[in-house]
Design a protein around this ligand. Sequence first.
Ligand code: COA
Length: 330
Amino acid sequence: MYASLKSIGSYVPEKIMTNHDFEKIIDTSDEWIQKRTGIAERRIAAEDQTTSDLGALAAKKAIERADIDKSEIDMVICATLSPDYLCMPSTACVICEKIGISNVMAFDVSAACSGFVYILQIAKSFIESGTKKNILLIGAEKISTLVDYTDRGTCILFGDGAGAAIISATEDKNEAILDIHASADGTYADLLITPGCGTKNPCSHDMVDNKLQYIKMSGNEVFKVAVKTLTQDVVDILENNQIQSSDIDIFIPHQANLRIIEAVRAKLNFPKEKTVFTVGKYGNTSAASIPMAINDAYEEGRLKHGDLMLLDTFGGGFTWASALVRFGGK
Ligand code: COA
């Protein structure tokens, strides 16, 4: 029995925040942001929209496209770093309530931007073991609530959005998730961190005054490790599966920074036309980045049944993951 990515869906909030909007609130320019990151605009969720609202809308689309009834879904996993609630209930449970799924195992995974590929690995294992048949995966972020809009080194990078997929059992290897490699190294934890609100720096007036609830990042150092790790991860997964980069139909990297994607692409010699770029219009949507990019490729007609996708992601922790996935959708 194999696991297959049978459908994909996404949701992006209506509000667009352009680089010119940032020029009005911080010392920056459209030119600087475009040149250093490739980002032109990003989506920002409405004040009354939560991460689960975004995730539920993406999930509904993925369920519709999988051509299954929601009663057939036997597990729900949400990857997010911006959950509705810090401790409980999980965003997965809230999404289940919103889309009318109950009495199934539902939980969140915290692996920052690598979250979606991490939960893909979990789903693959549950399906291959025969324990579950149809698993709903969601990567959803309202990351704008974790961004300090006075910190020009971070606030320009992130955006809100959600992506979702249905992973189902199949006997056909031509529509299977072939391999996933996921890993982490906590020695880099301080380079990309939201220091506040957890047990280390619990909620307090002091914590808020010091803005510890927001994302802090050593951009330059993150950049260097990201390029090195993303590149090595792809080399390893291709080698382990004896697959040449020319066998890949579509390369879907984490959308954090165009320069990171281009550096990885150049080192691996991937053609531009086989690479998906969404960072320019969505910025970095963390755990939602990969499923949103798969969805864009699908909606643009760039993905057909059996196509070999290479996913590659990196995020806070540090965490990283890559996957070889034959598209199982129609
Ligand atoms: N507008 C204008 N200037 C800015 C700026 C902005 N938005 N942000 C930073 N700068 C300034 C810095 O203050 C610094 O000025 P100084 O030389 O006077 O001190 C200068 O630009 C260079 O800063 P630096 O941090 O070295 O720039 P950079 O080329 O590394 O680009 C990032 C900054 C954040 C775009 C880049 O490091 C990056 O994308 N890193 C990876 C981040 C990432 O992807 N994280 C998520 C991983 S999942």
